[in-house]
Each structure stands twice: as C-alpha cells, then as structure tokens.
Design a protein around this ligand. Structure first.
Ligand code: ATP
Ligand code: MG
Length: 244
C-alpha cells in the first residue's frame, strides 16, 4: 500500500486551472522528486497534499486514510511535515530553541522549560542538531547561520517530530553546489523511517537522491516512474528542451 496517494487533483484559481487531474503516489521509505517547468503546478500540488490549499476536486489518502478534508494541523499529527520556500526560522532565537519550538508548536517556550518531558525533548533536539551538523552552533542565534545552514535548520525543524512523510519545496534554492551536495548527504539517513517528496529545478541533484520522479506539465502528470524511466522518456525530454 502506498503511504501517499493523491488522485484526480484539480485546483482552480478563478479561471486558471493550476492542476488538472494531477496525481502523486509515494511509497514508504521512498524519495520522490516532483519536477516540471515553472508554473506547471508543483508547489500547488505540494500545498494540496499538505492541506495549505484545498483541491477543487480529487482525493488524498495518507497511510490508508482519506485525509482530503483534514486541516494542515491534523495532517501534521497524522505524520506529515513540510518546509516551503518561505522561511519559518525565528532569527533571534537559538538553533536549540527553534527546534524545541517546532516540536511543540502550540506550547509556549516558557511552558516547555517547565514541562516534565523536557529531558526527552532535549534528546530529540540534540539528535536533530547532530544529524544536520549544527550541534556546535546550538546556542547561537539562528540569524548567525549561513543561508545553507538556515535551510538545514528548517529541515531539521520539519523532521524533529519524526514525520512519516516530509515535503520539501525547493530546499536548495540559493545554495552553493557544495551546500547542495551536503544537503543530499544530510537527507539520506531519514530514508529508514520517512518518505520524501522534493521539488527541485536542479535535475542532477534530484536524480542523485530520488528513487522515483513525477513530471508535471501544465497541471498534468506527463510521466511518473523510476529515474531511469523518466530520463529515457521522450515526452519529458521534449518538455525540458522546449524550456531550454
Ligand atoms: N494562490 C494563487 N492564486 C492564483 N494563481 C496561482 C496561485 N498559486 C499558484 N497559481 C498559479 O498556478 C500555476 C501553478 O503554480 P505553481 O506555483 O504551483 O507552479 P510551480 O510548478 O511550483 O512553479 P515554479 O517552478 O515557478 O515554482 C501558475 O500559473 C501560478 O501562477
Ligand atoms: Mg513552485
């Protein structure tokens, strides 16, 4: 059974149809790349999956349940986590406190300090900081991080609650080549317990880390399959040549 199954997704914004019968199927422990030209509907599909947009039509199933009508908060509780392009880091807070807050988004920091489960939370925060090579900066303000490190902090925040599915929309935007390579390395260990849907324009990056790809074009799925299948697909090659 697939972990995520979005089918027949239509999303209209007034007269514009951003998604026209699009779909996305992701298995457990799969890294899935969502690619396609600008404006093809990638971010809109991610938002429909996360609940940030309500599809005009279609159904979304997650871990065997129909979640089409659930709020973003309920989807998060069900095990979905996302990082969109707009930063959600609090620059004046330390890295440690940023992750702590993401773990308990609806509790005040003061309340967390007093909470009896603080020991367990501390371990979770430190594990995430270690995994994303940020532990030596734990008590510095997030504002002091480089752009790439801020992106990693945000991914760590999205992963802190140990979701079953992580959604990343262009996480390597503005990163250097080296930072991108490191991002790929940092994501690999999560595969043992989490699936990933990642939107990226860097095809080399996405080819290196993903198992399967879905290509959107004008709001529809042009192709879906293994990286090798997609690379050999003449319709896909045509879309990318048309864009170049
Ligand atoms: N909130 C909105 N209101 C109106 N139109 C929108 C809205 N969000 C997206 N669109 C339109 O829907 C279409 C798909 O947009 P979307 O952002 O999903 O594309 P994308 O594939 O993520 O593009 P990019 O690669 O540039 O990020 C575009 O024509 C866009 O202008
Ligand atoms: Mg987008």
């Amino acid at each position: 059974m697939a972990l995520l199954e979005a089918t027949g997704i239509v999303k209209s914004f007034g007269k514009l149809t951003a998604l026209n019968d699009a779909g996305l199927v992701v298995s457990e422990n799969e890294f899935h790349g969502l690619i396609g030209p600008n404006g093809s509907g990638k971010s809109t599909l991610m938002k429909c999956v996360a609940g940030a947009e309500t599809p005009t039509a279609g159904a979304i199933r997650f871990a065997g349940n129909d979640i089409t009508g659930l709020s973003p908060a309920d989807r998060a509780r069900a095990g979905m986590s996302l990082k969109f392009q707009i930063t959600s880091v609090f620059p004046a807070l330390t890295l440690y406190d940023n992750i702590l807050l993401s773990l308990q988004a609806d509790t005040s920091l003061f309340g967390l300090m007093l909470s009896r489960s603080r020991g367990a939370l501390h371990d979770q925060v430190m594990t995430m900081l270690e995994q994303f090579r940020l532990v030596h900066r734990a008590h510095e303000a997030a504002a002091t991080l480089s752009h790439g490190q801020q992106q990693w902090l945000e991914i760590a925040m999205a992963l802190a609650a140990r979701p079953r599915l992580l959604l990343l929309d262009e996480p390597t935007g503005g990163m250097s080549l080296e930072e991108r390579r490191v991002t790929g390395d940092l994501l690999q260990p999560i595969k043992s317990h989490c699936s990933l849907v990642i939107v990226e324009h860097d095809l080399d990056f996405i080819r290196d880390i993903c198992d399967r790809l879905t290509v959107l074009d004008q709001g529809q799925v042009l192709a879906t399959g293994s990286v090798a299948d997609i690379q050999a697909n003449s319709k896909v090659q045509e879309v990318y040549l048309r864009r170049a």
